[in-house]
Design a protein around this ligand. Structure first.
Ligand code: NOJ
Length: 557
């Protein structure tokens, strides 16, 4: 496929890397990461092949929801640095050709935000109508608390205000009222501010909740919430034509598709594939490809210029909320049987390598899948070195421990402050001596070396992310075989979910006998036989990517 087209629509085969500045690299020695430290590690990310950094919230915050509770949308938390440090980091990233996006958390504020402080103090406050108030919780209001361990209701009575306010998440996170035009204007100003400093877009937090009108926002003021999303996207594109909105929309596929907009895709540029992620774990638990293959068949195509964002793990619980109760129990039994490994009754608070008992071949196979499936892969920091979780940490914090740069307890962070984030040893599944960047970069067999190789092959094969994806039929239930086609180029990928080796016969009906298939992740290859038949063998948890060398096509591999 021609690579020239991939530069404009950069997000369609990007490598996105999510990190929290606070846990990344501590440059000033206070036991907490900072922007100066992050700038020092841009070259590391460049070497890995990352093309876009997603910054988790770095704004001033009382930190009762790890920074997703914000008191100033225009600020930088002084513990992480200044605006100057932020801009310096952006400059370094831009110099290395890496774009930066950041969390846009405008469904709610912290209850300590000056807007809320003013709103609750008086009905006459200009900020009163920036939040959603009721004298009584409405009977027709939204349902379902997100954090059932902490909250029982979505409406909190506020003594000072004399009314109830809506909070989709924790009670200390009152929802903003986007039906109010003044709030919508302010959100646009916030976006414009960070775009002007050099961001290339936003990961938009909790999009369906932001737009929820039924019993919450005033439907008369906001008759078509999707029109608001279209307005936001249009504003973004006016300010920066290459900027993206990457939305958190954990809903069934047909509903997620609506958040991309109609055929013209004028709402969110990208949406996370939560369904595919959950089906992947079911497939891993069953050691069968079918659950994942089904989701790939069901997944609606993104609009022409849009893209799905695929992932194995993120900073939250590994949610299994879209599986059936029985399916969820299967995944729990396989990967998180102990109650302390589970959270909210719907998810796991573990990272992948520990769930797979440190089985390197199996872990490598999962990442090979991630990079070969259609969509743009999003990595969560530490995945590239196989970091594990720390179950002693509360709730979702188990997977948010500090990045391990060097061997030993603190991974390179200062532990001068015993309460610092780094004061605990995080046991990776291969042992602390191996789960750190310093050890892995010296080892060509390490997970880090594998990930770097995968990233480069993926970038060299844009048809994987962009192309038409077809699941290939064969007789081995443990194997997912798919092909990606674009501009007359074809890559075939195979993944074995079982520990037993497997052999498959594929039929590439449109490929001439004698055509060579070149192996992309290792040496060797295969040759297409009569009727387009190809016989391919896979090791237990094996994975193979093969480029079909159509007449006149060349490859570096
Ligand atoms: C979604 C974020 O991913 C999560 O970490 C956060 O707690 C909630 N939104 C509330 O902001």
């Amino acid at each position: 496929m021609r690579v020239s087209g991939t530069a404009d629509l950069w997000w369609k085969n990007a490598v996105i890397y999510c990190l929290d500045v606070e846990t990344y690299l501590d440059a000033n020695g206070d036991g907490r990461g900072d922007f100066t430290g992050l700038a020092q590690r841009v070259d590391y990310l460049d070497e890995l092949g990352v093309t876009c950094i997603w910054l988790m919230p770095f704004y001033p915050s009382p930190d009762r929801d790890d920074g997703y509770d914000i008191t100033d949308f225009y600020g930088v938390d002084p513990r992480l640095g200044s605006h100057g440090d932020f801009v310096e980091f952006l400059r370094v990233a831009r110099d290395r050709g890496i774009r930066v996006i950041a969390d846009l958390v405008v469904n709610h504020t912290s209850d300590r935000h000056p807007w809320f402080q003013s709103a609750r103090a008086s009905r006459d406050s200009p900020y009163r109508d920036w939040y959603v108030w009721r004298d009584e919780p409405p009977a027709d209001g939204p349902e379902g608390v997100v954090f059932p361990d902490q909250e029982k209701t979505l409406w909190q009575y506020d003594e000072q205000a004399g009314q109830y306010y809506l909070h989709r998440f924790y009670r200390h996170q009152p929802d903003l009222n986007v039906a109010n035009p003044a709030v919508r204007d302010e959100i646009a100003r916030v976006m414009g501010f960070w775009l002007a400093l050099g961001l290339s877009g936003f990961r938009v937090d909790a999009v369906p909740f932001l737009l929820e009108t039924a019993g919450a926002l005033d439907a008369e003021q906001l008759p078509d919430p999707h029109q608001y999303l279209r307005d936001l996207r249009a504003f973004l594109s006016r300010r920066n034509g290459e900027a993206v909105l990457l939305g958190e929309v954990n809903l069934p596929y047909p509903e997620v598709r609506r958040f991309f907009g109609d055929e013209d895709g004028d709402e969110l540029t990208m949406c996370f594939d939560f369904i595919g992620m959950q089906r992947l774990y079911l497939a891993l638990a069953r050691r069968q490809a079918a659950p994942l293959a089904e989701s790939l068949r069901e997944r609606p195509p993104a609009p022409r210029d849009g893209q799905w964002a695929t992932f194995v793990r993120n900073h939250d619980e590994l949610t299994l909320d879209k599986l059936s109760d029985e399916e969820r129990q299967e995944v729990f039994a396989a990967f998180g049987p102990e109650p302390e490994m589970q959270v909210y009754g719907r998810g796991l608070r573990r990272r992948l390598p520990t769930m797979l008992n440190g089985d390197l071949a199996r872990i490598q196979m999962v990442y090979s899948l991630l990079f070969s499936l259609p969509g743009t892969p999003v990595l969560f920091y530490g995945e590239e070195i196989g970091m594990g979780e720390d179950l002693r940490e509360e709730g979702r914090s188990a997977v948010r421990t500090v990045m391990q740069w060097t061997a030993g307890a603190n991974g390179g962070f200062s532990t001068a402050d015993p309460s610092s984030l780094a004061a605990r040893v995080v046991e990776g599944p291969f042992g602390p001596e191996k789960v750190n960047v310093a050890a892995q970069r010296r080892d060509p067999q390490s997970l880090l070396s594998w990930m770097t190789r995968l990233v480069y092959r993926y970038r060299e094969c844009p048809e994987l992310a962009w192309g038409d994806c077809r699941i290939l039929e064969h007789d081995a239930p443990s194997v997912l075989a798919h092909r990606a086609d674009a501009d007359g180029c074809t890559v075939v990928a195979l993944h074995n979910f079982d520990e037993k080796p497997a052999e498959v016969t594929l039929r590439l009906a449109d490929v001439d006998p004698g055509t060579r298939m070149v192996e992309l992740l290792a040496g060797g290859g295969a040759s297409v036989g009569e009727g387009g038949r190809v016989q391919l063998r896979l090791d237990g948890y094996g994975c193979r990517w093969l480029r079909v060398l159509h007449p006149g096509e060349t490859t570096l591999a």
